[in-house]
Unconditional design. Structure first.
Lengths: 75, 471
């Protein structure tokens, strides 16, 4: 994951805040369409992330910062 | 008492020796493992240690010879809980039995408890446990750091729980020692190492064990490393009942390693459900929004005027006509009103008799005139009266009396003048000396030799021969 990409939790938080903004109905229609588009994009991204159950491997970091895969079954 | 009877009696020494042999023949008393609390501690100058060991019910004297005492790795003191190894025997001189201590060590648990309480109090007073330092644990972490032993139940529990609940999260294990002398510094070191990685939350812990096993998590170096760690830390040491200093400093305490993993990550299902509900709410609210806007739009579209735009002008035209009529009417009325007003003025009394306007001023003017005349007449009369009274004055009617009195006065004056005439003095023989028209009254006045003397009947011009000043 690149450092610049918004984190999953941040996406969820932004999504939550957009939904409650829209539900409050205080923004005008043009803006709400813009927000809706953005929110739908976030839903899609989060959903893809959740569906891509590409299980993360466990890793182990050695004293000299060498990162290796770590298999709990073999230990 | 006969001889036979006397032989039955033992000496104190014999009994004591007998007892001592009994003690020393008993294998149980030759190697004794004893625990108790030190009291009456005395260190002899030769290096022997004398003290008692006691518990709630009993007490035994103890001696540790200098050869054994020199091997101690701590300084015994009253109140210290200790484990000792030794043999029990009798000291013949006093007849007391006592334990001859070969080895002595501090009772770990008792002393660890004291150390724990001391450190806890100190760190608490420094504010390390304060709520204000507790960092929030992220709800959906993507990378989780784990600091524990690479083998054992703890690491398996943590990783498998994370996998099961939230497989999207990546786990990074920083393996460390979790018990023994070097564990504390190793744990602290790994916390520092982990804080250089982009980790969302850090789990620090180990599985259950004895208080000594868990001890590294009670060390100050670990407490400070957790406190200084910029990443939120969840502590997971031992079982539910085990509380360590690390638990107090951590941002969140988990009862077990499995518990820590459950606290660190959400369940994937929960997130999916949450996302789905957000998505539904999003679509719902937008649909409602659009629906209500569409209704509004339709309403407007169906508006009578929008459908019959010419009607807009009809009404306006009508309004204009009404206004125009109104305006005309108003103008006519206004003109009529002014005309009436004008006629009224024309017919008015003043207009026909403009003199009336000046009547008031005229009267005022006459009044002023009259007033002035009166004042002048009055003043003339006054002056007249004054003149008459002056005319009637005695002197004016008898001017000669005034002259007579003057004559008398003049006669007096002439007589007076006559008396004062200096020439009368000259007649008596006096004369006056002059120099350049100035009368010489004293010697000081003399400015030259010439002198003019005035006599009654003429003048003499002479010269001064000598001046003799008196005084």
């Amino acid at each position: 994951m690149s450092k610049n990409e918004q984190k999953f939790e941040e996406k969820m938080k932004e999504l939550e805040s957009i939904v409650s903004d829209l539900e409050n109905g205080e923004i005008d229609l043009d803006e709400s369409i813009e927000k809706y588009t953005k929110a739908m994009k976030l839903v899609k991204e989060c959903d893809e992330k959740l569906k891509s159950i590409e299980e993360q491997v466990s890793k182990m970091v050695s004293e000299d910062d060498e990162v290796k895969d770590f298999d709990i079954a073999s230990n | 008492m006969n001889n036979m009877d006397v032989e039955k009696y033992l000496t104190v020494g014999a009994l004591t020796k007998y007892l001592k042999v009994k003690f020393e023949q008993d294998p149980h008393l030759q190697t004794v493992f004893l625990k108790g609390e030190i009291s009456n501690f005395k260190a002899h100058t030769r290096g022997h240690l004398y003290f008692s060991l006691k518990d709630e019910t009993s007490k035994i004297n103890a001696i540790m010879f200098s050869s054994k005492a020199s091997k101690l790795n701590f300084t015994p003191e009253d109140g210290a809980k200790v484990f000792v190894t030794g043999r029990v025997s009798v000291y013949e001189a006093t007849g007391n039995y006592q334990i001859y201590v070969d080895e002595m060590m501090l009772d770990g648990v008792g002393n660890l408890y004291i150390a724990f309480e001391k450190l806890k109090k100190q760190l608490a007073s420094e504010g390390l446990f304060d709520e204000k330092w507790k960092k929030p644990i992220p709800k959906i972490p993507e990378r989780i750091g784990i600091i524990t032993a690479s083998t054992g139940a703890a690491v398996k529990d943590i990783i498998s729980t994370i996998r099961r609940r939230f497989p999207l999260a990546e786990t990074l294990l920083f393996p460390c020692l979790v018990q023994g002398e070097y564990a504390a510094s190793d744990i602290a070191k790994k916390i520092k190492q982990a804080s250089t990685y982009p980790i969302d939350v850090l789990i620090v812990g180990r599985g259950g064990g004895s208080i000594e096993d868990l001890w590294p998590f009670n060390e100050e170096i670990v407490a400070r490393a957790i406190f200084d760690c910029p990443i939120p830390v969840i502590s997971a040491v031992g079982h539910e009942v085990d509380f360590t200093i690390a638990d107090f400093v951590a941002d969140l305490r988990a009862p077990t390693p499995t518990g820590a993993a459950e606290m660190a990550v959400p369940h994937l299902d929960e997130i999916e459900q949450h996302l789905q509900s957000l998505s539904i709410r999003l679509k719902e609210t937008m649909r409602n929004r659009l629906e209500s806007n569409r209704t509004k739009l339709n309403h407007l579209k169906n508006n009578y005027l929008l459908k019959n735009p010419e009607r807009i002008f009809d009404t306006k035209k009508q309004q204009l006509m009404i206004l125009d009529d109104h305006l005309r009417e108003m103008m006519v009325k206004k003109l009529e009103f002014e005309k009436i007003h004008f006629n009224h003025l024309k017919k008015s009394y003043i207009f026909k008799n403009p003199d009336v306007l000046f009547e008031g001023s005229k009267t005022k003017l006459t009044n002023i005139k009259h007033e002035i005349n009166q004042k002048i007449r009055y003043q003339i009369e006054q002056k007249k009266q004054q003149l008459i009274s002056i005319k009637k004055h005695y002197i004016l009617t008898n001017p000669s009396t005034l002259y007579e009195s003057y004559q008398i006065d003049l006669q007096h004056f002439i007589e007076k003048l006559d008396v004062m005439n200096p020439l009368h003095l000259l007649q008596k023989g006096y004369h006056l000396a002059y120099q350049d028209q100035h009368l010489i009254k004293n010697i000081e006045d003399i400015k030259s030799d010439n002198l003019r003397l005035r006599f009654y009947d003429g003048e003499v011009y002479t010269k001064i021969e000598k001046i003799e000043k008196e005084h």
